[in-house]
Design a protein around this ligand. Structure first.
Ligand SMILES: [Mg+2]
Length: 153
């Protein structure tokens, strides 16, 4: 049976932190402390090193079923659209079409793995294995792909 892998976007595939720190509005009211509500901030995020290549490898692995599982800010509805467009910009449409799930309740998803950099929105309560991206065990995509290579041996 195929293993289901969920992959978070911000901090795992897309570099939100870089966009935040470079954005002229990020230190002004009302966006200080709420950079996720800056207009258009999700539109042009640059990929995190190794992310696109690694996710393509997972997408191309027949025994994995890959979905993107991200939380879009409730108070920034255009971010929901920009996440959909971001996925389509960096991956072949035929591979990722209808594979984007936007949720504040990640713990409700049924699956085997969740690659996520933060514990919030249900990530730490996910019933499968939480691969804590950016932690000591999984600091980067190379370490994540090493993990998947080893479980298949
Ligand atoms: Mg994240």
């Amino acid at each position: 049976m195929k293993k289901i892998i969920y992959i978070d976007m911000d901090g795992v595939m897309a570099d939100f932190e870089k966009a935040r720190s470079n954005h002229p509005l990020s230190r002004t009211t009302p966006f200080r402390g709420r950079p996720d509500t800056i207009p258009g901030i999700y539109k042009d995020l640059v990929p995190i090193e190794g992310a696109i290549e690694s996710v393509n490898t997972l997408l191309d692995t027949p025994n994995y079923d890959v979905y993107f599982l991200s939380t879009a800010p409730w108070d920034n509805p255009e971010a929901w659209m920009h996440k959909r467009l971001w996925i389509d910009k960096y991956f072949e449409t035929r591979k990722i079409r209808k594979r984007l799930i936007l949720s504040h309740q990640k713990h409700l998803m049924i699956g085997d793995y969740l690659i996520d950099d933060r514990r919030f929105n249900g990530a730490s309560e996910f019933k499968g294995k939480w691969i804590h991206f950016g932690s000591k065990d999984y600091p980067d995509w190379m370490s994540v792909m090493d993990y998947f290579a080893n479980i298949n041996q």
